[in-house]
Design a protein around this ligand. Sequence first.
Ligand SMILES: Cc1cc2nc3c(=O)[nH]c(=O)nc-3n(C[C@H](O)[C@H](O)[C@H](O)COP(=O)(O)OP(=O)(O)OC[C@H]3O[C@@H](n4cnc5c(N)ncnc54)[C@H](O)[C@@H]3O)c2cc1C
Length: 269
Amino acid sequence: MQRELNAYISQKISVSPELIILRIIPDGWDLPDFEPGQYAVIGLPGSAPRIELCDPEEDTNPDKFILRAYSIASASVHKEYLELYIALVRSGSLTPRLFALEAGDQIHLAPKMKGVFILDKIPVRKNVVMLGTGTGLAPYMSMIRSALRPGSGRRFAVIHGARHSWDLGYRSELITLNGMMDNFSYIPIISRPDAELTPWGGITGYVQDVWEMDIIRRNWGFEPTPDNTHIFLCGNPGMIESALDVLGKHNFIEHNRKQDGQIHLEKYW
Ligand SMILES: Cc1cc2nc3c(=O)[nH]c(=O)nc-3n(C[C@H](O)[C@H](O)[C@H](O)COP(=O)(O)OP(=O)(O)OC[C@H]3O[C@@H](n4cnc5c(N)ncnc54)[C@H](O)[C@@H]3O)c2cc1C
């Protein structure tokens, strides 16, 4: 299929040296409808420059497009731009090139958004717990920005894990929502508190630990069970495997083509 630079960067926000938020606007065409939780495919040709803060690359075909999937972080009701939350993989092919982009630069955006990691699959009366590591927060931002309503009986909890507090993207937006909405809980967790410049007063460890720490029950005031709650897992495959083990002990089962379950997952690699 013919690839083209059919979109451009409208804004680049640096969260940390290795985390960016990119806003992308189609060039002369409309963003398609999408479901919160779906991903976009973006790309650049091999000839696109790489940032210095990355490993050297050998034998790149300058004409070949490098395409990768990124969960959409923007709300599905806002069609002004598409927002993506991206981590630098220093040895990677595409991310060193994405990090070199600036506002106004061109990019390829596939015209159709894809994926079945979506909120719409969950019965409306069920509560939702969203566990994510790093940029695995992105689909939850779209879900929260699209579906969180004040006063609805349904509860949402976002549990976001990162190494350091400065890697917790979208933190101020999520803290604000946590303060404003009775039905929303934001639980950030860091795994390397010793590296913090000021002492970290929050939870330390890994996102899959929250179940054993009983944090959601204490936050919600009732036990999340397979009868009342569905769980999303997104990001690092190691976290997803560990979380499946922990949740299995509490009788949650994975949802897939063969069985209806309460655990929905998206592995990034
Ligand atoms: C459905 C889906 C949605 C995704 N959404 C996002 C997103 O919202 N944000 C995002 O940053 N990434 C996301 N990814 C990952 C993304 O598609 C790329 O794989 C990633 O950006 C690396 O691309 P690259 O070309 O730089 O590295 P590549 O050359 O493709 O990868 C080099 C190697 O790095 C490892 N790797 C890939 N991603 C990571 C990572 N994040 N951290 C550590 N190691 C990694 C893998 O082992 C891979 O083989 C998603 C992946 C999928 C399948």
